[in-house]
Design a binder for this molecule. Structure first.
Ligand SMILES: NC(=O)c1ccc[n+]([C@@H]2O[C@H](COP(=O)([O-])OP(=O)(O)OC[C@H]3O[C@@H](n4cnc5c(N)ncnc54)[C@H](O)[C@@H]3O)[C@@H](O)[C@H]2O)c1
Length: 460
């Protein structure tokens, strides 16, 4: 089987290189000349773990072009991996996909052999059948099912491990226009995936719904754990890790993505919730669950600034460690760390921020209100409060010795509770593990007494 991949971005370039690495000829297509040039020079067009080496190692099987007709002619299966950005309604826009499908349609007009087109970009139910399929038929003059096949088959990958995730998914999701299309794609996956995953075949619409359901379910689970963290921080002796560890032992629940901490971010999770909300409302269904998850997640930075307002008076020197949306990443989209730095600065704190990979790209979003520095040591120097927003390995070198209290101990709010060993108990540090409360907290104990204490007998 020969493959083409239309869209050589974070997902498409990795897919193209990964398929080539499994011994297949692949032609990549992009409208951006620099992406095409990079692939043809044996280099990664985007930053992704292992991609540079994989592209370089597979130059004999991988090439790129700006000509969709060339790519379709030189392949049997075309994956479409172009952006589907959120539109003003919260839905996924088809404007890039429309251009790609028109071009593929024109290319199919010149091809007599059967060709399979696979939409891999995230779209909402109905989009593949009613938004894209008509373009293929109109521009090719050919008939779906008879002359060409069509699938919707998204990938479940995380940035930073795209290649591994693509080749080793928990399951392959195949939405099919007809049996022939689905069977062919299932065979392709069996040929190049490494872990022999189960293949879930279904209608185009069920697959479109499954894709966003996975992300919205996971974000709901994350938000549930974050809600528990908030509760545990109000209960004497509360410890969210103790609670979620036990909770995750229930096989119906499971422990993955069940760590109470800061909320989720990144290019996919937040927008998938909005899109599910849009879809539900558009179809007359109740969108409450997705909307609540989204609302709680977006409110976190402000809520935390409220919560720690007593520590962060205007003018307080504050350090925010972590600006990307997850550890060891340069991606800033919908990052909670970035949002927290911004909110604290808006409320008058003197904020210094550090991130090992995202610091420079964060600068235009935060400066001049926030000072971006180049090292952990610089970031925490002189800070009265330090917020550690993600569990980046670069922060493990944070020691009590680096913290220089000007007046009283430095408070370290550790949202992922990774620094307990290094900081808890140090003389110059007040360590605050997020989602925990000391058992002797008098105010919290009084609140519970008021709730449950035996009524005090009154004299008659
Ligand atoms: N990045 C992720 O983590 C991830 C995960 C799952 C799903 N997805 C989905 O995959 C899709 C692509 O995401 P991405 O992160 O790779 O996007 P991206 O922005 O990194 O890359 C998209 C590429 O497509 C190219 N392009 C745009 N229009 C084109 C056209 N008409 N013909 C050829 N190339 C075209 C762009 O130049 C760009 O190189 C989106 O729908 C996204 O939701 C992404």
């Amino acid at each position: 089987m020969r493959y083409s991949v239309v869209g050589l971005g974070k997902l498409g370039a990795s897919m193209a290189a990964a398929i080539a690495s499994r011994g297949f000829d692949v032609v990549g297509v992009d409208v951006a000349p620099q992406a095409v040039a990079a692939i043809n020079a044996g280099q990664a067009p985007v930053e992704e773990t292992g991609l540079d080496a994989l592209v370089a190692a597979n130059t004999s099987r991988l090439r790129a072009t700006m000509d969709v007709t060339d790519a379709v002619r030189s392949s049997d299966v075309t994956f479409v991996v172009v952006p589907t950005p959120s539109d003003e309604r919260g839905a996924f826009s088809l404007r890039y996909a429309t251009a790609a499908f028109e071009a593929i349609g024109r290319a199919l007009a010149e091809k007599t052999e059967y060709h399979l087109v696979v939409m891999s970009s995230t779209v909402l139910p109905g989009a593949t059948r009613h938004g894209l399929l008509p373009l293929l038929e109109q521009y090719s003059g050919r008939v779906a099912g008879r002359d060409f096949g069509l699938c919707y088959s998204p990938e479940f990958i995380a940035l930073g491990s795209v290649i591994r995730d693509f080749l080793n998914p928990d399951f392959a999701l195949v939405g099919e226009f007809d049996d022939r299309s689905g069977a062919l794609l299932e065979r392709c996956y069996a040929e190049f995936m490494q872990n022999d995953p189960p293949c879930r075949r279904m209608s185009l619409e069920n697959a479109e719904l499954t894709k966003i359901s996975v992300n919205t379910y996971v974000t709901t689970k994350i938000t549930f754990a974050n809600m528990l963290a908030d509760l545990c921080a109000r209960i004497p002796g509360g410890d969210v890790d103790v609670v979620t560890h036990a909770l995750g032992s229930d096989l119906r629940i499971g422990s993955r993505y069940l760590t109470g901490a800061l909320g989720y971010g990144g290019p996919c999770f937040p927008r998938d919730n909005l899109a599910l909300g849009f879809l539900a409302r558009a179809l007359g269904a109740d969108a409450g669950l997705a909307e609540t998850t989204d609302r709680m997640n977006r409110a976190l930075a402000d809520k935390l600034a409220d919560r720690y307002a007593n520590l962060v008076a205007p003018g307080t020197p504050v350090s925010v460690l972590g600006l990307s949306y997850k550890p060891a990443s340069h991606v800033l989209e919908e990052s909670q760390g970035l949002a927290l730095a911004r909110v604290l600065a808006d409320r008058g704190a003197r904020v210094r921020a550090f991130d090992p990979l995202a610091a420079r790209s964060a600068a235009p979003h935060l400066e001049p209100q926030v000072m971006i520095v180049d090292s952990l040591r610089e970031a925490v120097a002189g800070a009265e409060v330090v917020f550690v927003t993600n569990p980046d390995p670069a922060f493990t070198s944070l020691t009590a010795e680096m913290l220089q209290p000007a007046r009283g101990p430095v408070t370290v709010v550790d949202f992922w509770r990774k620094h307990r060993g290094a900081l808890d108990g140090a003389a110059n540090v007040r360590y605050v593990p997020f989602g925990c409360l000391p058992s002797d907290d008098a105010a919290a104990t009084n609140l519970l007494r008021e709730l449950w204490g035996a009524p005090v007998a009154t004299a008659h």
